[in-house]
Design a protein around this ligand. Structure first.
Ligand code: BGC
Length: 764
């Protein structure tokens, strides 16, 4: 709390010190003076013309933010690149974040956390989510959405797990692609973050936050979501706070220049995470194109670098050109900006998207004796602070979004129950048992805060919450638990309760969504995007040297791959989620040879229950043993909605990459000869259909990673430059140390409901 309040206060103060940006559209004079405003010209010509007209200082001003040395963020937005009026270059605001407009802005929609979007497995919803983000970011007058986070959950304690799409690169990649396209279709640049293997907060932005990870794990697991983001046309990528194999991510030639720009063909720009730059010339040569939020490394320090030849002028031109290319490509020179930081940008349509994602992303984990949906119920106990004042709509840190108001579970259930004349009573912990004893069903709400800058200490709920659940379950056999958490938790009371719903951080429409699900107006369709371990010690990186120690010894066995490889039974497996109906799988058909460019796999899904429902059919590939892969890897999925008794064919596509593994000696993808088993079903542990595909020959399926570009050695600046850096960037070091230290202190509390229930014990 303390640290975040300090940050928010500083943010607010900095915002007060600046003037609000103007929204100028090019006049006829400007068009004449600035021929690159002609949108009929090819983008590359416009970039060349404009670059040719820029002075060295103007070029430098494009490659960094405009925050002062003691400011934690840019003016108005998280970051701001100044306009160059002489050349008709508009300013470029960079706005958080992955769950809606952040940076203390108000008048915005608080969307459910990206992890909840992950639980929808729905690229259509990811598009709608991206559209809301883009419209609100643009409405606030910014040009870049610092979204999506395509990091993966390596450990359930990860403080920023809620900002991600979960633990699987394929799921994350598909959702990221849909979201990026939707953002950029609306003229806002997307920024995929944080390159790469940024999986923990502990010791962040210090040398101790070092991911020691194999090339193969990077290539097969942590990097593919970035590749998918690039394939979707992402305009920008943010490099992270962590070190990777001893080299800072924002100074990492391998990650940025060889893989992102070389292997993936990324032609956009790379922005440093805020205060994540620790070098000037070396970072520019490693491939970073823009410093945020200030210019202490990429301002005068970079000018010196260009003057002394330590950074080639052609590299500076490349940096500026990459930024301009994206601004031209997405029309930032062609439209006058209409947004403003004070605008109210939330709309009823956006709120409807928030609700839909909360409904579709809630995961029904247990439904004993078919207690849910409520039927023939006359009274409901809504229990726990987390149903009212203790609700958490949005996680903490840069992804935090301020809701105009949150519909609490108590509000939502009370309103829905009123339609049927059902009595709803609320009680906090002290009176929970008494109220539960007197009602037909009891719904216990519990929440747990997680935030950027601090990993969770464990995955247990508080003792008090666990005790409340146990006490209520003893008092009322019809007890349902709703988990309002940023990730997996343990459930020592699981056998004693009738139902469990994972509701993540569900955004401002929480209460309406959970009521619709409990009453059966909406049939649960969410599936876990992350494994829920039975105990923390079961998790892949549970050993301290792995987490937070940073030794990625589990290698490829991350997430469900670990539990499968170790033959462990998690509490709830990846991909799992119940519905109020049931589905069966039949008639697997695999069309094509492994040698073909794509193989099509089809299966029939049938709704065998008695209500309309939605299933996420999942396809996993098992490699020939020679590849040394974990037992099963998700390669495709398809969501299908079916009336009772109806069937549909679901269709999956496998390409050469789907059957390939990374050959760390040849530095490329290779498909081995052998048999590949294809399994299809409703979760990673429920795969009733299986077939196989044979590849006759071993073949390379990609080019190798290119070598480092000339002049881009790994490592930091030379000694002289380091000295000069220390003089121009004193706050960077201090801030890095503060970030590292903050990661080691306690988590701030995170309750966010605006209005606690007015008449708690009577429900009125
Ligand atoms: C976070 C980024 C965020 C940036 C700007 C950093 O602390 O790591 O994800 O976009 O701040 O707020």
């Amino acid at each position: 709390m303390r640290r975040w309040v300090v940050l928010l206060t500083l943010t607010a103060l900095t915002s007060l010190l600046v003037t609000v940006p103007s929204t100028a559209s090019p006049s006829a004079d400007e068009s004449e003076a600035c021929p690159w405003l002609d949108s009929g010209l090819p983008v590359e010509n416009r970039v060349r013309q404009l670059l040719g007209a820029m002075t060295l200082d103007e070029k430098l001003s494009m490659v960094h933010g405009s925050a002062g040395p003691l400011e934690f963020v840019g003016p108005v937005y998280a970051g701001l690149v100044q306009a160059i009026p002489r050349l008709c270059v508009p300013e470029l605001g960079l706005s958080d974040g992955p769950a809606g407009v952040g940076n203390s802005h108000t008048g915005v929609t608080q969307l459910p956390a990206p992890l909840m979007l992950g639980a929808t497995w729905d690229s259509g919803l990811a598009e709608e989510y991206g559209a809301v983000l883009a419209e609100e970011v643009a409405g606030k007058g910014a040009g870049v959405a610092l979204s999506p986070s395509v990091d993966l959950i390596r450990d359930p304690r990860a403080g920023r797990g809620f900002e991600t799409f979960g633990e699987d690169p394929r799921l994350a990649g598909v959702l990221a692609q849909a979201q990026i396209r939707a953002i950029q279709d609306r003229g806002v640049l997307a920024q995929a973050k944080h390159l790469a293997a940024y999986n923990q907060e502990t010791a962040r932005n210090t040398r101790l936050g070092n991911a020691v990870v194999s090339e193969r794990a990077l290539q097969e697991f942590y990097l593919p979501p970035f590749e998918q983001a690039v394939d979707a046309g992402a305009a920008s990528v943010m490099c992270g706070y962590n070190h990777v194999n001893g080299v800072h991510a924002c100074n990492n030639t391998y990650l940025i220049s060889q893989v992102l720009k070389g292997q993936f063909g990324f032609d956009g720009f790379v922005t440093s995470d805020w205060f994540a730059l620790h070098a000037s010339h070396a970072a520019a040569n490693a491939g970073v194109d823009m410093q945020m939020p200030s210019g202490c490394y990429f301002g005068p320090r970079l000018r010196d670098g260009v003057r002394t030849g330590k950074v080639a002028l052609s590299r500076l031109d490349d940096m500026v050109g990459r930024i301009l290319r994206q601004m031209f490509r997405h029309g930032l020179f062609d439209r006058s900006r209409t947004g403003s930081p004070d605008a109210v940008v939330t709309t009823p349509e956006h709120v409807a998207v928030a609700r839909k994602v909360a409904e579709q992303g809630s995961v029904l984990l247990k439904n004993g004796a078919d207690l849910l949906p409520f039927q023939g119920v006359d009274s409901i106990a809504v229990l726990g602070r987390a149903a009212g004042a203790g609700v958490i709509g949005s996680g903490g840190g840069s992804a935090h979004v301020i809701a105009p108001s949150i519909v609490t579970p108590f509000d939502g259930i009370k309103r829905r129950a009123a339609r049927e004349g059902i009595d709803v009573r609320f009680a906090e912990r002290a009176d929970a048992v008494k109220v539960a004893e007197a009602t037909d069903v009891a719904v216990v709400f519990v929440s747990q805060w997680s935030s950027e800058s601090k990993d969770r200490g464990g995955i247990a709920l508080s003792h008090a919450d666990n005790a409340m659940i146990e006490d209520v379950a003893r008092a009322n056999p019809n007890t349902v638990v709703v988990l309002n958490t940023g990730g997996p938790v343990t459930m020592p009371w699981l056998d004693d309760v009738a139902g469990v719903v994972a509701a993540w951080y569900p955004g401002q429409e929480y209460g309406n969504a959970i009521a619709a699900l409990l009453f059966g107006d909406v049939n649960p369709a969410g599936k876990l995007p992350v494994t829920f371990p039975a105990a923390l010690r079961q998790a892949p990186a549970a050993d301290p040297p792995r987490f937070p120690g940073g030794h990625y010894d589990e290698d490829l066995a991350v997430g469900y791959r670990w539990y499968d490889q170790q033959r462990l039974r998690p509490l709830f497996p990846f991909g799992f989620g119940l519905s109020y109906t049931e589905f069966s799988y039949s008639d697997l058909r695999i069309a094509g040879q492994a040698e073909a460019e794509t193989v099509t796999v089809e299966a029939t899904v049938t709704n065998t229950g008695d209500r309309r429902g939605t299933e996420v059919a999942q396809l996993y590939v098992s490699h020939p043993a020679v590849d040394g892969e974990p037992p099963r890897l998700l390669k495709d999925f398809e969501k299908v909605e079916l009336d009772p008794g109806r069937s549909a064919r679901v269709r999956f596509t496998l390409d050469a990459r789907s059957l390939s593994h990374w050959d760390a000696e040849a530095h490329r993808w290779v498909r081995s000869a052998g048999d590949y088993v294809i399994s299809v079903g409703g979760s990673s542990r429920d795969l009733p259909l299986a077939g196989s595909l044979r590849a006759q020959r071993t073949v390379a399926t990609s080019e190798p990673t290119p070598p480092p570009p000339p002049g881009a050695p790994e490592g930091g600046d030379d000694a002289l430059t380091k000295l000069a850096n220390a003089a121009t960037c004193p706050s960077e070091g201090a801030y890095a140390a503060a970030l590292g230290a903050a990661s080691l202190v306690g988590l701030p509390p995170g309750e966010q409901a605006e209005t606690p229930p007015r008449n708690p014990s009577s429900g009125g």
